[in-house]
Ligand binder design. Sequence first.
Ligand SMILES: C[S@@+](CC[C@H](N)C(=O)[O-])C[C@H]1O[C@@H](n2cnc3c(N)ncnc32)[C@H](O)[C@@H]1O
Length: 307
Amino acid sequence: MHIIIAMDIKEANLVFHDETSRDYDKKWAIRFDDDMAEFVLSKFELGLGGPFPRDVRIMEIGCGTGYAMLNLGKAGVLDEAWGCDISQGMLDVCKDNADALGITVHLQQADAEKLPYEDDSFDLVIGHAVLHHLPDLDRSFREIQRVLKPGGICVVAGEPTVVGHQLARIAKAVASFTLRWYARLGGRLGKKKIVLRKYDASGSPEDHELQELEFMVDIHNFRPRELCAMAKKAGFSKVRFESEELISSFIGWMIRTVEGSVSEDNITDRWRWGAYNTYKRVRNWDKKMYPYMPRGWFYNLIVYLEN
Ligand SMILES: C[S@@+](CC[C@H](N)C(=O)[O-])C[C@H]1O[C@@H](n2cnc3c(N)ncnc32)[C@H](O)[C@@H]1O
């Protein structure tokens, strides 16, 4: 506990992501297959407003275990790729994933506020679910600009909006409350009696410390226009945003809450298949609603920044 209080945000990010790196893909249901490759490619093409560019030098900030970069590799659009992350643990898993997929990426431990690359090095910088962890966004934006070639583009997807975050909190609370009562009443999941694990008083001290770190590392939710204004102020010439996932994000957070709260024995392949397909179906409804709803209500923000 004392160790956590003494930590700054970056150190907390490093420790939290190092500690959770080996379970990260499982926790977030990350796969590297055709279905997920198409899913990731569609996010970046939505942000880019067109097809993913080819034969370009790409760098990913906060690449983690390779969810974005390696799925883009699997989709066949990654030609020359670099990736950095503050957590060596995440990079080690990324390297294992890349080797298993036969994809070449150059990985380096680095802070997004101090990138270890020359000026004008990349045509495209990408990121996924990383900006909301960065304490000094202005500095990170200026670093991204520095390493981008003139006219280069940065697309970051998967950042939480303020409204999306509130909806996610409601989804988590509803799922948690319902699950607890269902478990108390002797409910079953995966043909077994529900056994609750972390996030309750019986969790181990390590679970509690990780939980505290997790709260600590999520430092921003974004109002899209404010984030765009910040990027513009940092010097990007063109800035715009898109967003995705409204009801599907609500469903997704409920699913994640259940999966993170019960014993592994309760989560069968059938459950995972059903949960993922429900989420995907609802995501398609969200796409149909997108033109008619305020973009700031959707959970996942995608920002497009041009140098
Ligand atoms: C939520 S994870 C996302 C990982 C991956 N992009 C994905 O979508 O699965 C956030 C990642 O950002 C990294 N990170 C946090 N702070 C960072 C910083 N200051 N510089 C570089 N990476 C950072 C973490 O280590 C972690 O791997």
